[in-house]
Write a protein that binds this ligand. Sequence first.
Ligand code: NAD
Length: 342
Amino acid sequence: MPEFIHTFLPGRVVFGAGTLDQVAAEAELLGVRRVLLIATNSARDAADVVEVELGDRFAGRIDGVTQHVPTEVATAARAKAQETNADGLVAIGGGSAIGLAKAVALTSGLPIVAVPTTYAGSEMTPVWGETAGGSKATGTDPQVLPRTVVYDPVLSQHLPKKVTAASVANAMAHCVEAVWTPKADPITETTAVEGVRALAAGLRQVLQAPTDLDARSNLLYGACLGGSALATAGTGLHHKICHLLGGTYNLPHAETHAAVLPQVTRIKAPTVPQAKARLEDALQTDDLAAGLYDLFTEAGISTNLKDLGLTQEQAQEAARAFDADEILTRAWAGTRPEGVTR
Ligand code: NAD
């Protein structure tokens, strides 16, 4: 056992089908008296329920969010928080809705109750992001870490298959990369291994029965673990490449992970053989990189960047910028990682 230092992040997780009904009580428990509700368009019905249950504690609502938190959207949300005299935030949606709540919390310190409806995992991290003039600034601040996270699998029951699969690829990336970052430790590794187990099982179940609550619970649980692993282990080569591609060429966030992760894993996983073996066991494969590639393919998401609109010249330019020629050449073409035969 190596020597290590691990800092647990504070936070409360409420998990289970029907827990949407507990959101108002959770806000109250935090002492919040005026809630600004932020909801993605697809979570309007859930936001209606919370609005009613908040009663007098409802202060205002923002419906509809934009990916990657554009500065003008963040500025408008901050103004709305002030106008409504909000002393707390409830965010319902994917990484974009939670990201907008974080932008408000960053400048105001307001506590967040996060109710995720995708598997992006942002709700478990103190990482914020804001986009201005085509470039995304990110940072870490304990103020933006949601104080309470309510995971209700009913809310993601109808997440479309493609969005589900891409979002799972994002969560898988949080788990897998968490074993090789400089801050990785045995606790993040165990979290990541259990995350991969839950995500792989959940994705396989969802492909058979998209609305199965047990499958959706597995995926949310895996997302929670992936976010926790990312929050403490930080990010590495994989996330750097994805953020460069997303920021420079406007590629979709979650889908980019599916194309890049198998190729980065092919290079990085052999450097951590014990963790690699544990992740292979969790994924039920004898080669981690190829296993991820095959699972994503089976789930119907693209494992190449050219399908996402990246030109070969852009892939070459990015490869030079990152000294990652092999990874990006293979990710662009979608070459199956070598190591095992199908
Ligand atoms: P998203 O929030 O934009 O949601 C993706 C799509 O799914 C949207 O069109 C949304 O309306 C729809 N959707 C969401 N929930 C749904 C549901 N239950 N049913 C039907 N449709 C639904 O995207 P995302 O992938 O969740 O998050 C991506 C963003 O989060 C990016 O900006 C990324 O940078 C950020 N992110 C941040 C962190 C962090 O730690 N700060 C971690 C992961 C991702």
